[in-house]
Design a protein around this ligand. Structure first.
Ligand SMILES: *Cc1c(COP(=O)(O)O)cnc(C)c1O
Length: 356
């Protein structure tokens, strides 16, 4: 079965085989060796210096990392702005509210780009902002939010960014130097091609030291994880098998050439799909230049409902992904993450051709 949903992804055989390594205890040195290798590897993805940055590992899906980031770093005495242009931006607001915060949301329709003028005027008219939470790749529509100019605005106003990079980390450019990033949340099972189970936050160490947030969570407190992991420890049991798989997936990632190579690979597959579907009259929701290389959304072909398309494709060995909310009747989504290649996309397009 070829998975064209945005994670979990098809695994390579070497990552799958890593799941069968020996049973170990999470309080023994062999576990900490593995944990340290993974933490170093995750920083290496974007060439980050371990004195300035920490990667903090959690057991959970991507949302656990996003929630830990907000719970730990959204300050108690200042306001968090949240940018919403899809399901995941709206989830950032929901998380902040669940912790009793009153975030200032800048809302957009789901298929719209970030309205920088609206963001700027809200910054100007609200004292006491300190952070902006934003989704990098909004998986709802496949839009890659352009964070360069938002980062410029943040810098001009002394604000820091909390980024949901769950579906972009490892395949899209993230400028940790130029952008005022306090933290960036991501997961093992999307662009890094491992299994679900380990999520992580890349956090600026200074931001963790400086945070004025009160302790809001016992399980999702990044400070506790970071302190323990820096000292060869872990506050709670981690998913050992998920660590094995992520360690192997990172080795494979670097052997294949790192994030730029992964970006190029995804780009080639995404364009192959876009061009192939165009031949059948299936149009993308967004222009290619506004889209990520990770996932693209397409209008459902006329007179075809999603369930029918999904089931016929599944019978031929391909899992596609529905739209969310009101988009569920209008679009379908194709992600090209995972251990898949041009030949798989070729067969997928042939199957689409038969169905249409
Ligand atoms: C996948 C995803 C998440 C996390 O979803 P989980 O189901 O918790 O893994 C968060 N944000 C974005 C943008 C995503 O694509």
């Amino acid at each position: 079965m070829i998975l064209l949903n945005p994670g979990p992804v098809n695994l390579s055989e070497r990552v799958r085989a890593a799941l069968l390594r020996p049973d170990i205890c999470h309080r023994e040195p062999e576990f900490f060796t593995l944990q340290n290798e993974i933490r170093r590897g995750l920083l290496q993805v974007y060439d980050l210096d371990g004195d300035a940055w920490a990667s903090v590992l959690l057991t959970g899906s991507g949302t656990a990392a996003v929630e830990a980031m907000i719970a730990t770093l959204a300050p108690s005495d200042s306001t968090l702005m949240v940018i919403e242009n899809g399901v995941y931006g709206e989830r950032l607001t929901a998380i902040a509210r669940a912790y009793g915060l009153a975030p200032l949301a800048v809302t957009h329709e789901w298929s719209r780009p970030i309205d920088l003028a609206a963001v700027e005027s809200k910054i100007a008219s609200n004292d006491g902002l300190s952070h902006i939470a934003v989704v990098h790749h909004e998986t709802t529509t496949g839009r890659l939010n352009q964070l360069d100019r938002l980062a410029g605005l943040c810098k001009a106003h002394g604000l820091e960014l909390l980024i949901d990079a769950v579906s972009s980390f490892g395949a899209e450019a993230i400028d940790f130097e130029a952008w005022p990033v306090a933290a960036c949340a991501a997961t093992a099972n999307k662009c890094l091609h491992s299994i679900p189970g380990t999520a992580f936050v890349i956090v600026r160490r200074q931001a963790l030291r400086d945070t004025k947030a009160s302790r809001r969570s016992v399980y999702l407190d990044l400070r506790a994880y970071c302190e323990a992991q820096d000292e060869d420890g872990t506050p709670f049991t981690q998913s050992i098998q998920s660590y094995y798989a992520l360690g192997e997936a990172l080795d494979e990632f670097f052997e294949q050439g790192g994030w730029r190579q992964r970006h190029a690979h995804y780009h080639a597959l995404a364009e192959q799909v876009r061009e192939g579907l165009f031949e059948f009259g299936v149009a993308p929701l967004l222009p290619a230049e506004a889209s990520s290389v990770v996932l693209r959304a397409y209008h459902l072909p006329a007179e075809m409902d999603y369930a029918g398309l999904h089931d016929q494709l599944k019978a031929r060995g391909f899992v596609i992904y529905a739209g969310q909310g009101a988009l569920s009747r209008r679009i379908f989504r194709i992600s090209t993450m995972g251990d898949i290649g041009a030949a798989d996309m070729h067969r997928f397009l042939a199957a689409m051709g038969q169905i249409l």
